[in-house]
Design a protein around this ligand. Structure first.
Ligand code: DGL
Length: 257
């Protein structure tokens, strides 16, 4: 039986999901959050889908065996695209919320506009994204923009380095002056917003799914009468043997927008 005081687990391939955790804490400050980043296996976004599915199911199984959980937020677009259905099927007792690229927000705000979706290769090639794309591609022109290497830079703490800016220039260069908005479809990318804005210019609106995912999590907990109003607590865990990953994770938690 799930209890209000149980944890809300937040899972990502690494430090990226902390961009979602920040919204979750803002919207539900009285909850106990357990963040797990699988940095030992990051990046997920360039792996075969089967591998991402297996890594996700293993991580979720481990979390459930070690902590009492009332909900799981898959704060990783890649893991959601590859494995959310399998996670739900394997753990029907658990509230499971997955993040997806914020295309609806983009289509609502820019009818007739041009929208880039910056995401991992896995997210952009999965059927889940195609289904999402076809819901909105009559209203907006959508460009799929993979950004190989960007997750690795964020994992290394290089959220605003010359290397990061150079990679973004290569990836976004062909779209300069052609976009109204860019959906950050990977939870690592909001941490590189400063560099992304510098490359794209201030007129291009950046959107991500963090706030909507936190809203949906709150709605589901409220519906199940599982919202807690305690002192609030955040525990951060990481699979990497490098102790620096925990320091980097805490740095991301307090990074200014
Ligand atoms: N943060 C994950 C996402 O939202 C992906 C990172 C990775 O490639 O591991 O897609």
């Amino acid at each position: 039986m799930n209890e209000k005081k149980d944890y809300i687990a937040v899972f990502d391939s690494g430090v990226g999901g902390i961009s979602v955790l920040r919204h979750l804490i803002r919207q539900m400050p009285g909850e106990r959050f357990l963040y797990f980043g699988d940095s030992a296996n990051a990046p997920y976004g360039c792996r075969p889908t089967e591998e991402v599915r297996a890594l996700t199911l293993t991580a979720v199984g481990k979390l459930l065996s070690e902590y009492p959980l009332k909900a799981l937020v898959i704060a990783c677009n890649t893991a959601t695209a590859a494995a959310v259905n399998d996670v739900r099927a394997a753990h029907p007792e658990l509230i499971v919320v997955g993040i997806e690229p914020a295309l609806k927000v983009a289509a609502d705000h820019f009818p007739g506009g041009r929208v880039g979706v910056l995401a991992t290769e896995v997210t952009l090639r999965e059927e889940k994204f195609d289904t999402l794309l076809h819901r909105f591609d009559e209203n907006v022109t959508i460009y799929k923009i993979p950004a190989p290497g960007l997750v690795e830079l964020v994992e290394a703490g290089k959220v605003d380095s010359p290397e990061t800016e150079a990679l973004l220039k290569t990836v976004l260069g062909p779209y300069l002056g052609q976009l109204d908005a860019v959906v950050l479809g990977c939870t690592h990318y909001p941490f590189a917003k400063k560099a992304i804005r510098r490359v794209l210019g201030q007129d291009v609106v950046l959107l991500d799914g963090g706030e909507g995912t936190a809203r949906e999590t709150r709605r589901r907990l409220e519906l199940a009468d599982l919202l807690e109003n305690g002192p609030g607590e955040v525990t951060i865990c990481n699979s990497s043997p490098d102790p620096d990953m925990l320091r980097l994770s805490r740095e991301r938690l307090t990074q200014e927008d």
